[in-house]
Design a protein around this ligand. Structure first.
Ligand code: ZN
Length: 250
């Protein structure tokens, strides 16, 4: 039996009344767990089996891999404002999917757990959702040990103050001498690199108002998205939905 604090990353209906949850826990990494009866609204497990729910779970589970069974659970935070808002839910889905892809089953990952919990709180509180997911991407790279080097040219390794281009191939910004060393490098504004550095260094709990123009938002998204695709080796379902939302300007 294990007692963990956890966030619901995913749920799948199982049979008439059960759900199988994928939980991101504070001490045990990802855990698959059966929530018996959770589909029934009057069930005690109903509220703790919703996507994004954060709770304390008692789980009957062995030491190895394999699924556990939830014996008892208590809801700490439902993140209701997220679940009831299509926009917030789309961004939150991407946050939990990032966590899902970056964390292994039963591999301790308290850093990711705290990151996701903090970012869901920001979305719940109405913080700028696009900035929240960019921050998530940057911090996830950090926790996965594949953070981009942002203070040196990725081609000649000289220190860079400002850069005009970011090379995915070389894995960082390019200095003035090297900025044509990768013809596919992404053009960026000085403030874009500055923000990437800020995201990398900042304590996520301290996220305040960020005033960022549309072109810089696009550049941040492009750099982080392509960097993750290149270096993390994972692909994302929820991202396509986010891109659709933007396309139709919903
Ligand atoms: Zn250089």
């Amino acid at each position: 039996m294990k007692k963990v604090e956890a966030i619901v990353l995913r749920t799948v209906d199982y049979g008439e009344s059960n759900k199988i949850l994928t939980l991101l826990s504070d001490t045990q990494g990802k855990i698959g767990a059966m929530a018996r009866g959770a589909k029934k609204p009057q069930s005690q497990l109903s509220s703790v089996s919703q996507p994004f729910a954060y709770g304390t779970y008692m789980i009957a589970i062995g030491e190895g891999r394999g699924m556990g069974t939830i014996i008892q659970a208590e809801l700490n935070e439902s993140f209701r404002a997220i679940r009831e808002d299509l926009f917030k839910a789309a961004y939150a889905s991407y946050v939990v999917e990032l966590a899902d892809r970056f964390v292994e089953e039963r591999e301790p990952s308290q850093g990711v757990f705290l990151l996701v919990l903090t970012l869901l709180s920001h979305l719940e509180d109405g913080k700028d959702p696009e900035i929240v997911v960019r921050l998530c991407e940057m911090k996830m790279l950090d926790l996965a040990g594949i953070r981009p080097e942002l203070y040196h040219c990725a081609h000649c390794f000289q220190p860079v103050e400002q850069a005009l281009r970011f090379s995915i191939m070389h894995g960082g910004p390019l200095c003035g001498n090297c900025h044509s060393s990768d013809e596919r490098a992404i053009w960026i504004k000085p403030v874009t690199l500055k923000l990437l550095r800020t995201f990398q260094a900042m304590d996520v709990r301290r996220l305040g108002e960020v005033n960022v123009g549309d072109d810089v938002r696009r550049q941040l998204g492009k750099v982080l998205k392509h960097y993750i695709d290149e270096y993390s080796g994972v692909t994302f379902k929820s991202r396509a939905f986010l891109e659709q939302l933007h396309k139709y300007d919903l």
